[in-house]
Ligand binder design. Structure first.
Ligand code: BG6
Ligand code: MG
Length: 218
């Protein structure tokens, strides 16, 4: 799958930042408070999915329905829990291998964009010190549709002036892999093949990301 890519589009939560666990902890707290069953299997379906769509998935297990105003309040409550956790993050909370991957992109003179479904992406970028490595940030606030729609990856590629076909996307969520594939990118899935089957290539985590392999071959 080696090619002369011109840009790398990184997902944030679970690829660069150790924040997927913070989303999980915040949803778990909300679900526990509401007495709604919630486990790792349900959590896997939330990865890459917008805040409101995630809430809808969690509420599938609730024995009652919630109106739009109640759902807004629940989503805001979860976001408060999540922000409490991420305000404590620092550059040390970048996932292992993430910084090396960003530096390798820069050394290879590739454009780098963030393609995140999170409205908290700008805050995480600041907490983690990512700004110097990014040419463009595409987050949920810039896209009409969230992942698995291709919009965020299309916006990320356009933001760095590269056709999606010339971009390598890095994703840890099934919804994100689909989004990037449908945008026309080549996709590296970070995680397991069973979940991320649609990816062009799978790596277990970012410590085994080898840019030279993807851009010039082994
Ligand atoms: C994605 C996460 O990056 O962002 C999802 O994988 C999360 O778990 C989504 O729900 C939206 O995040 P936020 O910060 O806008 O609630
Ligand atoms: Mg992710």
């Amino acid at each position: 799958m080696s090619r002369r890519f011109k840009a790398v589009l990184f997902d944030l939560d679970g690829v660069l930042a150790d924040s997927a666990t913070a989303h999980y902890a915040a949803w778990r707290r909300l679900a526990d408070e509401l007495g709604i069953p919630f486990d790792e299997t349900i959590n896997e379906r939330l990865k890459g999915v917008s805040r409101m769509d995630s809430l809808d998935i969690i509420l599938e297990q609730a024995g009652q329905s919630y109106d739009a105003a109640e759902k807004d309040r629940l989503a805001a409550r979860k976001n408060g829990y999540y922000r409490d956790i991420i305000t404590t993050l620092s550059p040390e909370d970048l996932l292992p291998g993430a910084l090396d991957a960003l530096k390798a992109c820069r050394t290879a003179s590739l454009k780098v964009a963030l393609a995140s479904a999170s409205r908290n992406a700008p805050m995480l970028v600041e907490r983690l010190g990512l700004a110097p490595y990014l040419n463009f940030i595409a987050d949920a606030s810039k896209a009409a549709r969230s992942k698995p729609a291709p919009d965020i990856f299309q916006i990320a590629a356009a933001g760095v002036g590269v056709p999606p076909e010339d971009a390598l996307a890095i994703e840890d969520a099934a919804a994100g892999v689909k989004a990037a594939k449908d945008a026309g990118c080549t996709v590296i899935g970070v995680g397991d093949r069973e979940t991320l089957w649609e990816a062009d290539h799978i790596i277990a985590d970012m410590t085994v990301f080898r840019l030279e392999y993807y851009i010039t071959g082994p």
